[in-house]
Write a protein that binds this ligand. Structure first.
Ligand code: BGN
Length: 385
């Protein structure tokens, strides 16, 4: 039985706990904690809202494939087709990005029936206003490539572009060179088609809003202004990494990209400097629209941080005219027209050139038994010398 006295005791204990909670809340981090709880509740709400959306309309909010199923299956390319509208009616804004396990390239192909050999696409019902090539430097990132293709194809189709996707695959195991691969991509893509815009795209970045249109501006464009890994903010003003877009004329004005950055870091800063050396500015979409999600990964094998990058960057002003598009040497090993992309495998050599001499093999130790006489001779030689 609970006595009157023990009731008071419970009451005091309860008040005491309340005081402790209040004291905790009013400490410095109070605002943060409150915000944290508010966010938890908000998240729960949005998840609930999106699942409602799914069941009621049969469409997940932000599904990058929504809208595209209404496109005619048989394209009516030919003369007299009207131009596509200036702003595509298929654009839907934010895209929900996640990375489902078990996704296969066959599934990506099935979901993109209008993409043809080599990863090419044209809108089936209107003449595209823009021709955009996507250049993706790549090595050992098949897993990322699959997700990028899953999102990028419908993303570009929603923008009613005439587009092609090029994977530039560095052959061999020598240190990765992103910028040189982009030079290769530019030249090889331009051999195939008169592209009016080239997007240089990291394989692990997924665009999260299709209002971030993959067309060129009057100045070189840095599209990846807001990445999740930088808290959806530009990390520094001159940052030009991740995804950028140049017209062929922009590219020529800055003598393309540097060929000598082997390993991670600095090459994108060099390209950013070249933009201004070529007499141009960096343009960017808004932070709201230029959003990207990065597929998490460990630092790659064969792409160690480049310790020379600081020295090289300090010399861009002197080197940009003698190192770039005009000096990019490479050999194409193969060009494969895959269903979802054109795969260009290339030998870009090493710092020593395209065919560096193999390192001299260490002198072999004699394995056969050495006759006693010879042994003696050798030892006398050693003594004398
Ligand atoms: C910078 C790197 C970039 C990289 C960004 C974001 C350098 C050069 C020395 C100043 N630049 O620091 O290449 O894209 O970080 O990770 O390291």
């Amino acid at each position: 039985m609970v006595t009157f006295q023990s009731k008071w005791r419970y009451m005091f204990m309860f008040l005491g706990i309340q005081l402790v909670v209040m004291a905790l809340l009013s400490r410095e981090g109070y605002q943060k904690r409150v915000n944290y709880f508010i966010r938890i509740f908000r998240k729960a709400n949005t998840t609930a809202a999106s699942s409602r959306n799914h069941t009621a309309a049969g469409v997940i909010g932000g599904d990058v494939y929504a809208n595209l199923s209404h496109l005619p299956r048989t394209p009516s390319h030919g003369d007299g087709m009207p131009y596509c509208p200036k702003i595509s009616p298929l654009i839907g804004g934010p895209i929900h990005v996640n990375f489902p396990s078990g996704l296969s390239l066959a599934e990506v192909e099935r979901k993109n029936p209008l993409v043809v050999r080599g990863g090419r696409y044209r809108p089936p019902d209107c003449e595209a206003r823009h021709r955009t090539a996507i250049i993706i430097p790549h090595r050992h990132r098949e897993h990322h490539l699959k997700f990028l293709l899953y999102y990028l194809h419908p993303f570009l189709q929603r923008q009613q572009l005439n587009y092609g996707i090029y994977i530039i695959h560095q052959a061999g195991n020598y240190t990765f060179n992103r910028a040189k691969l982009m030079n290769v991509g530019f030249r090889e893509a331009m051999k195939e088609e008169d592209w009016d815009c080239l997007f240089f795209h990291d394989v692990d970045l997924i665009p999260e809003d299709d209002r971030n249109t993959y067309v060129c501006d009057s100045n070189p464009k840095h599209s990846a202004i807001a990445m999740d890994k930088f808290g959806y903010k530009l990390p520094y003003k001159m940052y030009f990494g991740g995804v950028s877009a140049l017209t062929p004329l922009h590219y020529l004005k800055m003598n393309g990209f540097p060929n000598n950055y082997w390993g991670w870091g600095g090459e994108d800063d060099d390209i950013g400097v070249r933009v201004s050396l070529g007499g141009m500015y960096i343009s960017r979409p808004s932070v709201k629209v230029g959003r990207y999600k990065m597929i998490k990964h460990k630092l790659d094998k064969g792409n160690d941080v480049n310790p020379k990058r600081f020295n090289m960057l300090a010399k861009t002003r002197q080197s940009w005219k003698s190192d770039g598009m005009n000096t990019a040497e490479y050999e194409i090993i193969s060009r494969q027209y895959m269903p979802l992309y054109t795969n260009i495998t290339v030998n870009i050599g090493t710092e020593e050139g395209l065919h560096p001499r193999p390192p001299a093999s260490p002198a072999r130790k004699p394995t056969a038994k050495v006759p006693a006489q010879v042994k003696q001779k050798e030892s006398s030689l050693t003594k004398d010398s």
